[in-house]
Write a protein of this length. Structure first.
Length: 90
């Protein structure tokens, strides 16, 4: 399953978050594949990750929730969404 991971760095934790990212690369734990990650100049960003283990994505969020405001949402790509739309009766 794919997840959209959105974050915002509060001003109060910016230095700590940046230092942790530089030290670790912000890589997810085993079992989570990072598909891509994008950062804005204003302290927020988004990543797409994939895992079959909800506990692994939860563990990744736990590694960062002391310095970031996080929102993790399951998502579908176009092909998967199209399959759902094709079976939806209106």
């Amino acid at each position: 399953m794919k997840f959209i991971v959105k974050w915002k760095i509060p001003c109060a934790t910016r230095t700590t978050a940046e230092q942790r990212f530089l030290a670790t690369g912000g890589q997810p734990p085993a079992g989570v594949q990072l598909i891509g990650r994008w950062h804005s100049a204003s302290g927020w960003g988004v990543a797409i990750a994939e895992t079959s283990d909800a506990k692994a994505i939860y563990a990744w969020a736990q590694q960062w929730n002391d310095v970031l405001e996080l929102e993790v949402t399951p998502c579908l790509d176009d092909a998967e969404g199209g399959e759902v739309i094709a079976t939806t009766k209106r």
